[in-house]
Design a protein around this ligand. Structure first.
Ligand SMILES: Nc1ncnc2c1ncn2[C@@H]1O[C@H](COP(=O)(O)OP(=O)(O)OP(=O)(O)O)[C@@H](O)[C@H]1O
Ligand SMILES: [Mg+2]
Length: 278
């Protein structure tokens, strides 16, 4: 189905443990199951996405770090080389995640060094954008990011068309969205006019908890600026999926909550598909 230019979606939130990696994985999975050509990129030096797909980040032969190294070298010696050779095409892996296949670019802890290196480089905010300029043949690129507002995360926002922020329904997590929203506005103004919000995705929703329900109402105040998706329920289904690698159908049979989790993620999938198909 691949169109000429892929839709690039950054999954970001500077708070830790808000479900970014889980969301990147589930979206990559669901979108590829629906026939989209998906490229998923782990842009977090913690390499959780890489781990989740069964790779040892310390052992991966080729990673996004190698691509960054190649493109930085290209700009250092731009008069000597016509184009970067070690592109995404060269480092990507074809992964089988249960009954779906998608392309994946692993990360490793060495990627963290690029937060410093890109900071010292002219145009260091735009390196991923440049890397993705050389990528063809995908409908959508999903970028998982690290829990800070580092140069790597800014790179993801500069390269992206859309940002999706998974958020936990706690008072402090919701408070943290102000900083994220102003960062997105700054990136849009300074580097990437094309960037806009896909939305905020509340996760780990517990309908029986009064405080969680109250926080959901608090979050809805932002609705005039950003789409707030229906929440993803708190469920062990996602952890089970990673550990047991059973099919979605089997998981749904085994765990009632899995169905509700998938249903919530389908709302995002539908929007992404609509954007892809124009
Ligand atoms: N809907 C959910 N219900 C219950 N647990 C969830 C849900 N979504 C994610 N989790 C769990 O929350 C934990 C953190 O999730 P995840 O690693 O995806 O967050 P993250 O934002 O990527 O973290 P980091 O900021 O460290 O990159 C994981 O153990 C994951 O299984
Ligand atoms: Mg993560």
């Amino acid at each position: 189905m691949a169109s000429s230019e892929a839709l690039k979606v950054a999954i970001a939130n500077q708070k830790g443990g808000t479900g970014k990696t889980t969301t990147a994985l589930i979206l990559s999975y669901l979108l590829s199951r629906r026939g989209c050509d998906v490229l998923a990129i782990d842009l977090d030096p913690q390499s959780s996405f890489t781990l989740a797909l069964g790779y040892d980040p310390d052992e991966v032969d080729k990673s996004v770090t190698d691509v960054f190294s190649e493109y930085v070298a290209f700009y250092d010696k731009r008069l000597k080389r016509e184009k970067p050779e070690l592109t995404i095409e060269y480092v990507k892996e074809r992964v089988n995640f249960m009954d779906a296949k998608f392309d994946f670019v692993p990360s490793n802890p060495r990627l963290e060094a690029y937060n410093l290196q890109l900071g010292a480089m002219v145009g260091g905010e735009r390196l991923l954008h440049r890397v993705l300029d050389d990528v063809e043949g995908y409908d959508v690129v999903i970028i998982d990011t690290q829990p800070t507002l580092s140069k790597l995360v800014i790179n993801a926002l500069v390269a992206a068309d859309k940002i999706l922020a998974p958020v936990e329904l706690s008072y402090l997590s919701i408070g943290g969205l102000t900083l994220l929203m102003s960062t997105v506005a700054d990136v849009k103004e300074l580097y990437n006019r094309n960037l806009s919000w896909l939305g905020i995705l509340p996760v780990k929703y517990e309908k029986r908890s009064v405080i969680v329900r109250e926080n959901m109402e608090r979050l809805k105040v932002l609705e005039e600026h950003v789409k707030i998706y229906p929440p993803v329920p708190k469920s062990v289904a996602l952890e089970r999926l990673l550990i047991e690698r059973i099919s979605i159908e089997d998981l749904v049979k085994k765990l009632k909550s899995a169905k509700e989790v998938l249903y919530a993620y389908e709302n995002v999938v539908r929007d992404v598909e609509e954007l892809i198909r124009g």
